[in-house]
Design a protein around this ligand. Structure first.
Ligand code: ATP
Ligand code: MG
Length: 220
């Protein structure tokens, strides 16, 4: 084989934080597309215990965790990291990234995947400018959200934007990159609203998660 078509050896870790109230196919399709495009060996969903900028989730942290586990059991590359739920209290991403970085060592590439909506709110996050010390930020498109960056955020992007997506694999942290994925207009709030009205939530999320929601009568 030539250099160009040699298979790329997967390495590095991707994480995706969220409330996952509940986890849905928008999250999961994002995860697998990133793993395939970037050749990261694993992606971990990191459900928060208590979102800092949102209302309290409508189901318990353990139920959100359980649903995330059900959703990821069919792909060996996907798993759930429960550290924020174990830690309790407000879930600050910076604490999580610092923790993970200390576990994987200084050399390994770590990317934090976040949707455009989350990225636009970044300047309200605790110590947000420090996040790139520990990980790359990989910002993925989300239907309905345009990259309208306020000046603070566009200055940040100017500082840290990668020259190509390849840089994310080569350095452990410190770069920002934007990626356009298959658009899926699915959100947890939409699923909660459907369940509340007693309408079907089928095909928006994995079947085992749908069954769990029905069994436990969540979001009614
Ligand atoms: P809610 O409607 O309750 O806010 P949500 O669908 O936005 O829920 P979160 O748990 O808040 O789900 O999202 C976790 C992460 O996944 C965020 O970074 C978010 O931007 C991203 N994300 C969620 N849904 C999609 C989607 N359909 N496409 C791309 N990214 C998504
Ligand atoms: Mg959201």
């Amino acid at each position: 084989t030539t250099e160009a078509n040699k298979p790329v050896k997967p390495s590095g870790l991707a994480i995706m934080g969220g409330t996952f109230d509940p986890v849905h196919n928008g999250h999961l399709r994002t995860a697998v597309e990133i793993l395939d495009h970037y050749h990261y060996s694993a992606l971990k969903l990191v459900p928060c215990f208590q979102p800092v900028h949102k209302d309290r989730p409508s189901v318990s942290a353990l139920q959100r965790l359980e649903m995330a586990k059900l959703a990821t059991s069919s792909d060996v590359r996907l798993s759930v990291d429960a550290r924020e739920i174990d830690r309790e209290g407000p879930s600050y991403t910076i604490d999580t990234l610092r923790d993970i970085r200390s576990e994987i060592g200084a050399e390994e590439s770590l990317i934090m995947v976040l949707g455009m909506d989350s990225f636009l709110s970044l300047p309200t996050w605790h110590d947000w400018q420090q996040l790139v010390k520990y990980a790359h930020l990989l910002v993925v498109s989300r239907p309905g959200w345009e990259p309208d960056l306020i000046s603070e955020l566009s200055a940040f992007c100017e500082n840290y934007r990668a020259a190509s997506s390849h840089e994310l694999q080569c350095a452990p942290s410190g770069r920002v990159w934007f990626e356009t994925l298959t658009p899926l207009g699915i959100s947890s709030s939409m699923i909660r609203a459907l369940a509340r009205k007693n309408e079907s939530i089928a095909y928006l999320l994995p079947e085992p998660v749908q069954q769990y929601i029905e069994q436990h009568q969540l979001y009614r």
